[in-house]
Design a protein around this ligand. Structure first.
Ligand SMILES: NC(=O)c1ccc[n+]([C@@H]2O[C@H](COP(=O)([O-])OP(=O)(O)OC[C@H]3O[C@@H](n4cnc5c(N)ncnc54)[C@H](OP(=O)(O)O)[C@@H]3O)[C@@H](O)[C@H]2O)c1
Length: 302
């Protein structure tokens, strides 16, 4: 009899523990109120995911509570959770269970390892938006044959709602999926649908080219500082000139050549600098840089 009482008590306490740890705590960690699913889950929470999440929250496309993310390192999870206010997990498996729209935002070299992770399963219920540079739709579909895939090449300016993205449709993606992806990307900048073979060129045009523009800006501002301007004033003047030049190209319908002409008054100051850049064949250097990006993107895709 005492052993029966002991066993009953032990069983009851086991159940209580299971209830507390397996049911109550994970539920509390995920969605305290109603155990609802997240609207979108990010696998990888580095620079690009942060930029996209920041843009989506600031544009009210999704609230903090509707977005989840994951990263293996505790430091990244803590940083992103405190900066963006979203729930963060340690594994992709947890994200795939808690959201049906999944953004794959890990480095291309981590893609194959990711799809081999325990418990990470993507099925027909998932729309998978991959932003991994160079990873082809057919490669992604070989890992997750049932999921609907859209491949995207965004750029990090989506953090300030001035992104520029190209996207391509996977075999099983529906019209509704394409609308959703277009809506998400358009809310944080310009979004254009392109054929998949053109995504390598998009990588060169907008995915990577902000880095070249920052190099250009840094060099111009440096000269401003050496000529007496405070560093912040020099950088603000350059940055605003980039914004203005971008808007001029988008809004006037003028070509770059026409715009260059309109800045260079005859006998004026600008033409002196244009001559220096032309003398050093700056355009061919830039072309070479963009070709290098496109080439690398093609090689990564195999
Ligand atoms: N940066 C850009 O401007 C840009 C532009 C267009 C496209 N992209 C594409 O965006 C993707 C991300 O680039 P990024 O610059 O944001 O890289 P990143 O800053 O290095 O971020 C990568 C993230 O992936 C996480 N991660 C690694 N293995 C993981 C796994 N098994 N499960 C879950 N998370 C994992 C890392 O976590 P830890 O922090 O814990 O290591 C990190 O948070 C790349 O594929 C890149 O081609 C980037």
């Amino acid at each position: 009899m005492p052993s029966l009482i002991y066993n009953v008590c032990r069983h009851a306490s086991d159940l209580l523990y299971k209830w507390l740890f397996d049911i109550l705590l994970p539920t509390k960690e995920i969605w305290p109120a109603d155990n609802m699913k997240a609207k979108i889950g990010f696998i990888g929470a580095g620079r690009m995911a942060e930029a996209m999440i920041g843009g989506l929250i600031s544009e009210d496309v999704y609230s903090e509570k509707e977005i989840i993310g994951c990263a293996p390192s505790e430091a990244t999870r803590a940083r992103v959770a405190s900066k963006l206010g979203i729930a963060m997990y340690g594994t992709a498996a947890e994200v795939s269970r808690s959201a049906d729209v999944i953004v794959i935002a890990v480095k291309p070299k981590h893609i194959s390892g990711l799809f081999g992770e325990d418990g990470f399963r993507l099925g027909p219920e998932h729309l998978v938006i991959s932003i991994a540079a160079g990873i082809r739709i057919k490669t992604l579909e070989s890992y997750v044959p049932d999921a609907r895939i859209v491949r995207v090449m965004p750029n990090h300016c989506c953090m300030v709602l001035e992104g520029a993205s190209g996207y391509s449709r996977g075999t099983r993606a529906t019209d509704g999926d394409m609308e959703l992806v277009d809506g998400i990307l358009s809310s944080v900048g310009l979004a254009v649908e392109v054929a998949e073979e053109d995504l390598d060129a998009v990588t060169g045009m907008s995915g990577s080219s902000p880095a070249f523009m920052y190099m250009f800006a840094d060099a111009i501002a440096d000269v401003g500082k050496r000529n007496g301007l405070p560093a912040d004033v020099a950088m603000d003047l350059v940055a605003q000139s980039f914004v203005g030049a971008g808007k001029m190209m988008l809004e006037t319908g003028m070509t770059p050549e026409e715009l260059i002409d309109s800045v260079c008054s005859p006998g004026g100051t600008t033409i002196e600098g244009v001559r220096v850049l032309d003398g050093k064949d700056m355009r061919s250097m830039v072309r070479e840089a963009v070709e290098a990006v496109i080439d690398k993107s093609r090689k990564m895709g195999g």
